[in-house]
Design a protein around this ligand. Structure first.
Ligand code: BEZ
Length: 253
């Protein structure tokens, strides 16, 4: 969902399948009913879009990544390339669903406004994203590694991890009533190692560096994080923190 971050569907399937697997509770919060029209915002390779469809939803997936949309279409899904800040649907959906995509978009009000336009009155917006504190140790190590090389590490960060208070305020200002919101740590076991995670998710940092320097930076960041994120079994546990919410679009007064 962001410039400078390229999604390779094969690598994503290998390193990031957990993203869809751990999205099951968000599907429960959505509780889709057969025949409902649902927009999956930031559908990625369509793993959860397919689930929503199998539950009887009439689902459209959108994603800014043409590669991921192509992967979703291979599953037979209606998936379209679209920028999350420029959704072009009007009162077309009963629900908008989003898992692990909203934190890639640094213009949250534009997203919320597009979601509000896309929903019918009374429609629900159910999502999960990284919340305040998400991957804080990983992000700090990346920022330090870039700073040390004379770059502005913080400016390289592509991520938006709001507090629940901030996101609730934005939803309410955008015409939603928040029914439920939870902010909680979810330490997440990685299928591979930190190098694999960085290659999959941290391109906007690494791309600031000459290609020849990147392997050394990845090794340095992994070495910094090893003592804090590798557990007693030798497994990498990423310091994920989630912000999960269910909101309803208010009707006209
Ligand atoms: C997340 O799902 O929270 C996330 C994934 C990759 C980078 C940053 C956050």
């Amino acid at each position: 969902m962001i410039a400078n971050q390229h999604w390779d569907p094969e690598r994503y399937a290998r390193e990031a399948r957990f993203v869809a697997e751990l999205g099951a509770p968000v599907v429960e919060w959505l509780a889709p009913r057969p025949g409902e029209r649902i927009l999956d915002l930031g559908c990625g390779d369509g793993a959860l879009t397919e689930k929503l469809s199998a539950m009887g939803g009439l689902v459209v997936g959108v994603d800014a990544s043409a590669e991921q949309v192509a992967a979703a279409r291979k599953r037979g899904l209606d998936a379209r390339v679209m920028d999350g800040t420029a959704l072009d649907f009007i009162a077309a959906f009963d629900a908008v669903f989003s898992n692990a995509a909203l934190h890639w978009i640094k213009r949250p009000d534009a997203v919320i406004a597009g979601v509000a336009r896309a929903l019918k009155s009374g429609g629900r917006f159910v999502g999960e994203m990284g919340g305040a504190g998400n991957v804080a140790k990983i992000e700090a190590a990346l920022v330090r590694a870039l700073d040390r090389r004379g770059l502005d590490g913080q400016a390289a960060s592509p991520w938006y991890f709001p507090t629940p208070e901030e996101y609730r305020r934005r939803l309410e200002a955008g015409g939603f009533m928040v029914e439920r919101m939870e902010h909680f740590p979810r330490p997440t076991e990685l299928p591979g190692d930190m190098a694999g995670w960085l290659a999959t998710f941290a391109e906007p940092f690494l791309n600031r560096l000459p290609a020849a320097e990147r392997p050394a930076v990845v090794a340095e960041v992994a070495a910094t994080l090893r003592p804090v994120l590798v557990d007693g079994r030798g497994k990498w546990m990423a310091d994920y923190v989630r912000l999960r919410f269910r909101a309803v679009k208010r009707g006209a007064p």
